[in-house]
Design a protein around this ligand. Sequence first.
Ligand SMILES: Cc1ncc(COP(=O)(O)O)c(C=O)c1O
Length: 400
Amino acid sequence: MFEQLEMAPPDPILGLTEAFKNDPRPHKINLGVGVYKDAAGRTPVLESVKAAEKRLLQEESTKSYLPISGAPEFGAKVRELLFGADHEIVKNNRAATAHTPGGTGALRVAGDFIKRMFPAKALWMSTPTWENHANVFRAAGVETKACPYYDAQRKCLDFDAMLNGLESAPEGDAVLLHACCHNPSGVDPNPAQWEAIAALVQRRALMPVVDFAYQGFGDGLEEDARGLRTLCATGAEMLICSSFSKNFGLYNERCGALTVVGATRDAADRAFSHIKACIRANYSNPPSHGGAIVSTVLGDPDLRAQWEGEVAAMRDRINGMRRLFVATLQARGVRTDFSFITRQKGMFSFSGLNRDQVAALRDEYAIYIVGSGRINVAGMTEENMDTLCAAIAAVLGKTA
Ligand SMILES: Cc1ncc(COP(=O)(O)O)c(C=O)c1O
């Protein structure tokens, strides 16, 4: 049976990592996959996470199943991060949280929930968006629609086009919004634009699905939640998909969360009962370890302070690399204006490099960038910066 099957196409980003691993050139640089790297090019285990794991190893008394939605204390800590401890949503119990296997797991359960309970709803996604979004929602059977977002000419948000696009969404449709650090563009709405998005969502009764994979990587843990909280202030019902892969460095523990916000506690409870039904039919209940780490760190004032410092250090390093990249290109005499890179947020930027330039960087200089020109700024280090910028200068010189 299986010999007749066509091979499935390789995942474009993970395929790039394979090619990078197999490249024998010693000076190779990987700006492809979305993983944080420190100044030495490593993806370290955070110290706060290590300390929490030591505690867990001593204190853990069972490997019995978690509830379908995970440990209640995990959900409470996630909601505190999202809304703030004193938020009206928290006080009125208008939100419920399920611990999911990564942010991807949260998105998939959100898709299953939409398909099961609102089968006529389509989901509107920004152009461009994270490569896996369309995959995940299509696999759940949800129809996806494209909405303008990025202005490639001006290297900024095409806000009018975005609003016009959302305006054309039928009432009640779902809209996928990146809470911060838009992947792949690094371009986020400003506070006034979030207000306008929130007003439109309310007027058209859209259902936001907020993807929050980079809390703390933009301007700060609280600052990065402002857009989400602006949406919440309208009383909108929504789904929020958190990932702790990046801000806790828990990539392979698969730790994320799906939070549903209802207009009332009763509405949230009703929606959550169906979310649990979707989970039961999928992976049944979540893996424990990553969630236990997050609860332990967030529940202990010292560990939490240490973690906040570690998130700030990751954010500051990325922003430092953005500035150094632009300065080094300038010093190399590159005339193209790359200053927009310093205005973008999070791990990613659209470099503006085209497919031919990306291919030349890979073939001639062992520099790996996603075909769209998306670069992972966290893959840059002080050590590789000069090699990287010299190669970009050479490729731009040739193809200009
Ligand atoms: C925008 C966005 N959403 C969700 C995810 C999924 O995160 P996770 O690895 O926790 O599944 C990613 C990961 O790169 C992402 O960039």
